[in-house]
Ligand binder design. Structure first.
Ligand code: CP
Ligand code: NVA
Length: 310
């Protein structure tokens, strides 16, 4: 059966750990001079319904480093579900390339692509989650603390796609996850219910709070994301008011553990969810985290393509 990568919740802790171990070894290999061309002759189609810097460039470079190639398909070119049905796009691409990565508005659209494609489909962000980001974030935390077990991860802000993937990774791998979000912007109940089931097995503790000060107490990782995600632009003004006190600034960081690191999936809205002082300060891991997108995705690509040797 083909392997997709649609949500962290779909994968066992062992499988996630295998992908992360592979990311570590591919990163090491690349740093020592370059990767072996284990994806030679493989082509990735990258479908984007929204803008991207990190996802687009890191997937493209990941394929090139592994000896393969990538095709960028912009919203204007594909018209996914508009010019042509998703089922038809999936079946056509299955005859041309070996793997698809798609960034879509509605999560249903990724599921539809995966249903109809004969080749692996990777979720490059949907309204529901951002699993490639979650894997890069986990790699970043592992590099810092050596383990996910008992690491206190605190997310400040919207219970959005990025928060969902971080939560699932923590719940699967044994990190404690706390979120402070304003009323009406909570993580979805079904996500929390699933995460609590995973947490029972891993020993992770999950907390949902309103108060940022309570949430950062004893935090090892402070994570934040934009107050207004792509597709929510018309809510930006109201969100700016609602999230005003959900800012990761120097005084909030000072309330966390001394060694705490600050993470953000980027793009950052400096002066809103994070200040310049924190984003560019000693606790920040924003850029190593962004760079880890490429290393984590190499491992995801190799995983879904069946670890084929060139
Ligand atoms: N973090 C992230 O997915 O960035 P892009 O939107 O630039 O791809
Ligand atoms: N939550 C953000 C993440 C961007 C990488 C969005 O969906 O726009």
């Amino acid at each position: 059966m083909k392997k997709d990568f649609i949500a962290i919740s779909d994968h066992s802790p062992e499988e996630l750990q295998d992908i992360l171990n592979l990311a570590v070894s591919l990163k090491k290999e690349w740093k020592l001079g370059g990767n072996a061309p284990i994806l030679k002759d493989k082509v990735l189609a990258m479908i984007f319904q929204k803008p991207s810097l990190r996802t687009r460039v890191s997937f493209d470079m990941a394929m090139r480093h592994l000896g393969g190639d990538a095709l960028y398909l912009s919203p204007a070119e594909i018209g996914l579900g508009k010019r042509e049905s998703i089922a038809d796009v999936a079946r056509v691409l299955s005859g041309y390339v070996e793997v698809i990565m798609a960034r879509v508005f509605e999560h249903e659209h990724i599921l539809e692509l995966a249903k109809w494609a004969d080749i692996p489909v990777i979720n490059g962000l949907s309204d529901y989650n951002h699993p490639c980001q979650g894997m890069a974030d986990t790699l970043t935390i592992l590099e810092e603390f050596g383990t996910m077990k008992d690491v206190n991860v605190t997310f400040i802000g919207d219970g959005n796609n990025v928060a969902v993937s971080m939560l699932f990774s923590c719940a699967k791998l044994g990190a404690n996850f706390t979120i402070a979000s304003p009323g009406g912007y909570d993580l979805p109940e079904n996500v929390l219910a699933d995460a609590r089931k995973f947490a029972e097995k891993s020993g992770s503790k999950i907390n949902t709070l309103r108060d940022v000060h309570e949430a950062v107490n004893e935090a090892d990782v402070l994570y934040t994301d934009t107050w207004t995600s792509m597709g929510q632009e018309e809510e930006a003004q109201i969100r700016e008011k609602v999230f005003q006190t959900y800012q990761v600034n120097a005084s909030l960081v000072a309330e966390a553990n001394k060694h705490a690191i600050v993470m953000h999936c980027l793009p950052a809205h400096r002066g809103q969810e994070i200040t310049d002082e924190v984003a560019d300060g000693p606790h920040s891991r924003l850029f190593p985290q962004a760079h880890n997108r490429m290393h984590a995705q190499k491992a995801i690509l190799v995983h879904v393509l069946g670890d084929q040797k060139g």
